[in-house]
Design a protein around this ligand. Structure first.
Ligand SMILES: Nc1ncnc2c1ncn2[C@@H]1O[C@H](COP(=O)(O)OP(=O)(O)OP(=O)(O)O)[C@@H](O)[C@H]1O
Length: 266
């Protein structure tokens, strides 16, 4: 048991009747950017939801900062673990600052999920801080409908950071973003990780995943490999997981995955 980690122990999680995650153990430390990779249907989103307590495991358990996730009071757990779901929609007519304020729980009060409490100076400064760190403060009064896809994703990130979480879980945060915006997201994430945040991100782009500190490669619901990118991004493992033939090269100190044309290298 490690105090500064989010951990999965021998997790089995069902999605409907399907065993989507099977016997998965993995450790996600604070101050580390871990990317969860694997082909479609490998169980990545299911694992993320189990780590958040949204999909209760059939067997095994999740531990957050050394304490069983199930033993955490709901509101404390929600503050400690922030989540950015896949393709999450933002309220189109709301102003950016108000959207980020939802990260302080304002939405949950409004919907009656947790008791309302007075809005404080600490809330206000956490919102300003999250806006500043994601470079969204300059358009805090714009409406969501006036933002580009990349700007929206930064606002979503700001909303998640506003709760000042210890861990941030992101499900395909670079989906539908062009390369510049995708790199932006990774850059903002890296800054937060340098400040001690633990980040777990499901990523499909292996060349973005190569920028993480650690990778967990899922295949058919199980961990096929875990460790630093150079240990996980190997031709043999990528062939087993994705059925592709790929070359891995190092450029400017970074790993680059070069798949050959077509699945099975056709
Ligand atoms: N409600 C459900 N009922 C039945 N099967 C499900 C359900 N939800 C997910 N699954 C199945 O569980 C498996 C894992 O799904 P999951 O979404 O976790 O995979 P993933 O790795 O995130 O996939 P993708 O990369 O396509 O998003 C898939 O085969 C999926 O079809």
């Amino acid at each position: 048991m490690q105090p500064h980690t989010l951990e999965a122990y021998a997790l089995h999680v069902r999605a409907g009747t399907f065993a989507a995650v099977q016997d998965v153990s993995a450790t996600f430390p604070a101050g580390v950017f871990t990317a969860v990779i694997g082909p479609n249907g490998a169980g990545k989103s299911t694992l993320l939801r189990a780590l958040l307590g949204l999909s209760p495991p059939e067997r095994g358990e999740v531990r957050l900062l050394g304490r069983k996730l199930a033993d955490w009071p709901r509101s404390e757990r929600a503050r400690t673990l922030a989540y950015l779901a896949q393709g999450e929609a933002l309220p189109e007519t709301a102003q950016v600052r108000d959207v980020v304020a939802l990260g302080r729980g304002a939405g949950a009060w409004r919907w009656g999920l947790i008791p309302a409490r007075p809005w404080t100076d600490a809330d206000e400064s956490a919102v300003t801080d999250a806006l500043t760190r994601t470079d969204t403060l300059r358009f805090e009064h714009r409406r969501v409908s006036e933002l580009s896809g990349g700007e929206r994703q930064r606002v979503s990130l700001a909303r998640a950071l506003a709760s000042q979480p210890r861990f941030l879980l992101l499900d395909e945060p670079t989906n539908h973003l062009d390369l510049a915006y995708a790199l932006d997201v990774i850059r903002y994430v890296r800054c937060e990780v340098a400040g001690g945040l633990g980040v777990v991100a499901v990523l499909h782009d292996l060349n973005l995943a190569a920028r993480a500190d650690a990778l967990v490669l899922l295949h058919e619901g199980r961990v096929l490999a875990a460790g630093p990118p150079e240990e996980v991004l190997t031709p043999a493992l990528l062939h087993t997981a994705y059925g592709i033939h790929a070359q891995i090269i190092r450029h400017d100190g970074r790993l680059v995955v070069l798949p050959q044309d077509g699945v099975q290298g056709v």
